[in-house]
Write a protein that binds this ligand. Structure first.
Ligand code: PLP
Length: 379
């Protein structure tokens, strides 16, 4: 790598770097491998590791350990919630227009009728629409994420839950992006189920959790052994769970410093707006470390490549779409289809510094000016 070029990672919403506490817990667990279902001493030690992780993950969202089922990640947690709701007799699904593909695609393949809950220009779910839609007969599953992965916009989940409860529905909340970035109180939100993923908060990839409240029954999708109290078969990912727990605890302890990212993010936004960029979701509450912007005429892919050449790692829209940059459907849902091909996501996290945000701004502005100059030459 070029010594004079920075290497700045501002793509935490894709994956956060592993926290040191998580790395330590991961390596420690890997050093004494055992199956937590084994009755001997090593097995019992592995069981303790899993249960400690469960308590730490539960504490992050204010639930007892018994409410947490470990799975392979956010995608599986969302699928387990949707299929559990189906097994509990829901007859239709309402999903917000900005849900992650993990929710959208699972809902679509569930065999149940799916309706899409619109969002306003700031990317906030339309609760008036939800109230009306819930008037229709039939037990309903509502999927409303806590914070959007592209814009960081925080959804009015507590208000939605009051509506869903009044109609005896099931509210599933994808909190994969919110967890570890803002404080979460599962019962205060009134959710029935909630999806979490370790790698978005500084744990390893490939481990997540479904949190279920007392009204929700988790119905297994994977059959086999009786692990996770019969809710999810398969030998537990002991080291992953240990690291997830350690990351959850560190994230909880670091919430105040995470909140500080907002001032650096907003300072960057001001600089870019002054040169013509548009900040998406700016009028709504947002995660403190996410900035979604669009520079008209400056394609998302070109932005990402220019930033990468300058040593700054950021994303165009959702990173989960196999390295392919598509126009952001989240931005389209916000009524800004005109800006969707130009959206860029900058997301910091636990190890990001003010200097990272400043250098990111320098690089973006330099590229924006080059593009502008080229367009003027052509014109
Ligand atoms: N939900 C949201 C909001 C996400 O951003 C992601 C990942 O980008 C997922 C779910 C999927 O999580 P995982 O990568 O752990 O399967």
């Amino acid at each position: 790598m070029n010594a004079s070029r920075p290497s700045i990672y501002l793509d935490y919403n894709a994956t956060a770097p592993l926290r040191p506490q998580a790395k330590e817990a991961l390596l420690r667990a890997l050093e004494s491998p055992a199956n937590p279902s084994s009755v001997h001493a090593a097995g019992r030690a592995a069981r303790d590791v899993v249960e400690r992780g469960r308590a730490q993950v539960g504490a992050l969202v204010g639930v007892p350990a018994g409410s947490v089922t470990f799975v392979s990640g956010g995608t599986e947690a969302n699928a387990l919630a949707i299929e559990s709701a189906k097994a509990a007799g829901v007859e239709r699904i309402l999903i917000s227009a900005i849900e992650h593909d993990a929710v959208t695609e699972t809902a679509k393949t569930s065999g149940l009728p799916v309706e899409v809950l619109p969002v306003d220009n700031n990317g906030v779910a339309d609760l008036g629409w939800l109230a009306q839609a819930l008037e229709k007969p039939g037990k309903t599953l509502v999927c409303l994420m806590l914070a959007n992965n592209e814009t960081g916009v925080i959804q009015p989940v507590d208000k939605a839950s009051a509506l869903v409860r009044a109609h005896d529905g099931w509210l599933h909340v994808d909190a994969v992006q919110a967890a570890g970035k803002i404080a979460i109180d599962f019962s205060g939100l009134g959710a029935d189920t909630m999806a979490l993923s370790a790698h978005k908060l500084g744990g390893p990839q490939g481990v997540g959790a479904l949190v279920a409240g007392t009204r929700a029954t988790v119905t297994r999708r994977l059959h086999g052994g009786g692990q996770e109290r019969g809710r999810r078969a398969g030998t537990e990912n002991v080291a992953g769970i240990a690291a997830f727990g350690a990351a959850a605890q560190a994230a909880q302890e670091g919430l105040a410093s995470m909140a500080e990212q907002a001032q650096w993010r907003d300072a960057l936004a001001q600089r870019l707006k002054a040169e013509g960029a548009v900040v998406l979701g700016e009028g709504a509450d947002r995660l403190p470390q996410t900035l979604c912007l669009a520079g008209e005429g400056f394609g998302s892919e070109v932005q990402v490549m220019n930033m990468d050449l300058a040593g700054i790692m950021v994303s165009a829209g959702s990173a989960c779409s196999s390295g392919k940059v598509k126009a952001s459907r989240v931005v389209e849902a916000m009524g800004r289809a005109d800006l969707a091909p130009f959206a860029l996501r900058i997301s910091g996290g636990w190890a990001s510094t003010e200097d990272d945000w400043i250098k990111c701004g320098d690089a973006w502005l330099a590229a924006w000016k080059r593009i502008g100059a080229r367009r003027r030459e052509v014109a």
